[in-house]
Design a binder for this molecule. Structure first.
Ligand SMILES: Cc1cc2nc3c(=O)[nH]c(=O)nc-3n(C[C@H](O)[C@H](O)[C@H](O)COP(=O)(O)OP(=O)(O)OC[C@H]3O[C@@H](n4cnc5c(N)ncnc54)[C@H](O)[C@@H]3O)c2cc1C
Length: 343
């Protein structure tokens, strides 16, 4: 079996890439290990500018012109005229992006697990039929997330990774909250992101500053002080790769978390996955395509990583920088968009 471009992974990165390739008339197949497209450990927060540029606003569950941010010394609310962030349901986002990719002419096989990657072919297991197959390709796109098999084939290690823990619990709120506290969440933060009839309560931190076990323990204790008992609910955790080392390796490409393009500072990864997926597709369809948009995304990513590297130098420095950043947001000296990956 042969296909021009094979994409491993039907997350936002792989689906955006598939749609754009199919729009260009490129013969494209996506292989996805899950039966259902879209389910992913995630808080579902997407910056408004990213949402309205790449996702229909009708997919937003709630949108928030106000952001409540708390540190040990400050408790602020910033407000803009238009929403700053919205929440989306990942299954609905996946279903929407899948329908666009299929409508454009891309093919998708779900419930198939890519086990081995070679230079011109991949070997995968069809979990439905319990059969094994090999497929050859001209171009390969690794859109298979933070633990990417394609990335491993390229010999790239993940030395910079964040860990995110999410609880999706029943509840109603219109208040989007961020809580920064180095003692509890290392150089990361805890969040409360309201969805329709549920709340995403979770925490994110660079793995170098806090273990996932400690982060979970602190998250449960902290949520309890706000009146949320997380214990009866299942915790879901995932890694967020921000170790970007390149996206084009001859005829093999990486997008989204597989490329390490999520923000190490905030854990924002949906928007970078979509943008990088589209840009890789344009490059495959037209090798002389202007890579300016990808360059801006990488520049933003690197800025976030530099701030993180400085703040990782000590817990005190991290706490001081967090207080200064919140002071900057409060005074308007730092626009919230500075923290966004949207370009
Ligand atoms: C707790 C948590 C909260 C988060 N909250 C947010 C948030 O609020 N906002 C935000 O922007 N980002 C958030 N993120 C990050 C975001 O989820 C990711 O950055 C984003 O999903 C990356 O998209 P992607 O397409 O690159 O990869 P993914 O969404 O991970 O998709 C990869 C796909 O590849 C498939 N796959 C993997 N291996 C194989 C294989 N061997 N064979 C076949 N298929 C395979 C997977 O099943 C998956 O469907 C969060 C992450 C975590 C862990």
């Amino acid at each position: 079996m042969y296909v021009n471009t094979l994409i491993v992974g039907a997350g936002p990165g792989g689906l955006a890439c598939a749609k754009t390739l199919a729009d260009h008339g490129v013969d494209t197949l996506i292989l996805e290990r899950n039966r259902t497209i879209g389910s992913k450990v995630c808080a579902g927060g997407i910056t408004w500018s990213g949402l309205i540029r790449r996702v229909p606003a009708t997919l937003a569950e709630q949108s928030f012109p106000k952001q409540y941010i708390q540190t040990p010394l400050q408790n602020i609310c910033i407000q803009e005229k238009t929403p700053i962030i919205a929440t989306v349901n990942r299954e609905k986002l996946g279903a929407h992006m899948k329908s666009l990719a299929l409508k454009a002419g891309a093919k998708l096989r779900s419930n198939v697990f890519v086990r081995t990657v070679k230079k011109q072919s991949v070997h995968f297991i069809d979990r439905e039929n319990k059969t094994e197959e090999t497929i050859r390709f001209e171009n390969l796109v690794g859109a298979d997330g933070s633990n990417s098999t394609v990335r491993r084939f390229l010999g790239l290690r993940n030395t910079c990774c964040g860990v995110g823990i999410n609880y999706q619990i029943p509840g109603n709120s219109t208040k989007m909250e961020w809580h920064l506290n180095n003692r509890l969440f290392g150089n990361g933060y805890a969040w409360i992101f309201p969805h329709t009839k549920t709340l995403s309560i979770g925490a994110y931190a660079d793995k170098k500053t806090m273990s996932s076990g400690k982060l979970k323990e602190n998250l449960i204790d902290w949520a309890h002080t706000l009146g949320h008992d997380l214990n009866p609910h299942p915790a879901k955790a995932g890694l967020i790769n921000f170790d970007y080392q390149g996206w084009k390796f001859n005829h093999i490409f990486l997008v989204g978390d597989a490329a390490g393009l999520a923000s190490g500072l905030t854990g924002e990864g949906i928007y970078p996955a979509i943008v990088s997926g589209e840009q890789v597709a344009h490059t495959i369809a037209n090798p002389t395509h202007d890579t300016g948009i990808m360059d801006i995304l990488i520049h933003k990513h690197n800025q976030h990583r530099k701030i993180l590297t400085i703040s990782n130098k000590s817990a005190i420095l991290n706490s001081v920088l967090a207080e200064l950043a919140v002071l900057g947001l409060r005074s308007g000296a730092i626009p919230f968009s500075k923290l966004e990956m949207a370009i």
